[in-house]
Design a protein around this ligand. Structure first.
Ligand code: NAD
Ligand code: DAO
Ligand code: ZN
Ligand code: ZN
Length: 368
């Protein structure tokens, strides 16, 4: 079949809207009509050429929602008409990672996904006879895409695609880091560094579990009002403090129970660790630092009981947890609408990248 898609032909160049050839789903695969997709920093990072794993030409996009149109042989958990959210972290429920409750990093399709191909080693996309790669196992910048069955979360049919697509990455990453990775207890104190598309979702995750003090840190003063809307109790602009860590330790009465780094800056990661409480404070790294960057602290910070963790996709097991997050949105327990600042058709997708680079959007959503 043919499908309209925004293709990254080369690193550093705008996406091009073209009509691709798409082969139907093979064994264990599903054809999905993407109805809406968010544009995330990771897409921009890959498009820039800075992503060491980035390969071209490819159909980027990993934050989508859509409808199953066809299933391949052996697919048992989905049927045409089901509403789904693509998962860049699959959940096979059988590999040693899925069977270990300590992780969400299913490895079943990881190797081929990283190479931009389906589990059998081939791509379903082509253009004028040339192969086009998949991306993150999802390729949601295409009106139709093919994914492994285990890379799709089935969700309720009354949820709006243009909002729940954001659950495919940003919302789950932020809320999940609080609920699944840190397992923050009610009445805790927390500091969140970086109040963008991820950090604002960490804030609302903390509000949801009943944290008593939620400090937001951002160099952009405009993020204060938005942060307060998402549960932040105190705002700190690092530019107002020579000793940021000292100020945060004082503000939280000796250090926070938890902190979250949602920027991808290794210096901030250090501050995030060092502002948590001696003896029990835990700091979660969510931000993705530039290739080759390294973190630093004095080991005594860890000897004296502080803990450093990382979180990918919020520690969520996609097929199990994503439908629950959709329910949370539909029940009015989390706000997604206020974070979707821009919407556009596929033809204007490059504007979404411009808005992101200019810091003017929280999330842009493309509707097909
Ligand atoms: P964003 O650009 O929307 O937000 C970043 C915020 O940090 C902005 O508000 C900016 O003003 C602020 N900031 C920048 N430098 C700062 C500093 N020195 N001190 C304080 N604030 C500062 O980005 P985002 O979409 O929220 O993504 C954040 C990070 O999360 C990125 O690195 C992204 O790649 C990563 N990410 C990780 C996962 C995961 O699973 N771990 C998933 C998605 C995104
Ligand atoms: O299993 O080795 C692995 C990799 C899992 C990928 C996790 C992705 C984490 C962050 C990337 C940002 C996603 C938008
Ligand atoms: Zn698995
Ligand atoms: Zn993302």
């Amino acid at each position: 079949m043919k499908t309209r898609a925004a293709v990254a032909f080369e690193a550093g160049k705008p996406l091009e809207i073209v009509e691709l050839d798409l082969e139907g789903p093979q064994e264990g695969e599903v054809l999905v009509e993407i109805m809406a997709t968010g544009v995330c920093h990771t897409d921009a990072f890959t498009l820039s050429g800075d992503d060491p794993e980035g390969a071209f030409p490819a159909v980027l996009g990993h934050e989508g929602a859509g409808i199953v149109r066809e299933v391949g042989k052996g697919v048992t958990s989905l049927e045409p008409g089901d509403h789904v959210i693509p998962l860049y972290t699959a959940e096979c429920r059988q590999c040693e990672y899925c069977l270990n409750p300590k992780t969400n990093l299913c490895q079943k399709v990881r190797a081929t996904q990283g190479k931009g191909v389906m589990p059998n080693g081939t791509s379903r996309f082509s253009y004028k006879g040339e192969k086009i790669l998949h991306y993150m196992g999802t390729s949601t910048f295409s009106n139709f895409t093919v994914l492994p069955e285990i890379s799709l979360a089935k969700v309720r049919k009354d949820a709006p695609f243009d909002k729940i697509c954001y659950i495919g990455c940003g919302v789950t990453t932020g809320i999940g880091a609080v609920m699944f990775t840190a397992k923050v207890e009610p009445n805790s104190t927390a500091v969140v560094f970086g109040l963008g598309g991820i950090g604002l979702n960490v804030l609302q995750g903390l509000r949801l579990i009943g944290a008593r003090q939620i400090v937001g840190v951002d160099i952009n003063p405009a993020r204060e009002a938005l942060g307060k809307q998402f549960g932040m109790t105190h705002f700190v602009n690092p530019r107002d403090h020579d000793d940021l860590v000292g100020h945060l330790v004082e503000l939280t009465g000796g250090g926070a129970d938890y902190s979250f780094e949602c920027i991808g800056n290794v210096d901030v990661m250090r501050d995030a660790l060092e502002c948590v409480h001696k003896g029990w404070g835990e700091s979660v790294i969510i931000g993705v630092a530039p290739a080759g960057a390294e973190i630093q602290t004095r080991p005594f910070q860890l000897v004296t009981g502080r803990v450093w963790r990382g979180s990918a996709f919020g520690g969520a097991r996609g097929r199990t947890d994503v439908p629950k997050i959709v329910d949370m949105y539909m029940d009015g327990r989390i706000d997604i609408d206020s974070l979707i600042t821009h919407k556009m058709p596929l033809e204007d997708i490059n504007k979404a990248f411009d808005l992101m680079h200019e810091g003017k959007s929280i999330r842009s959503v493309v509707e097909f």
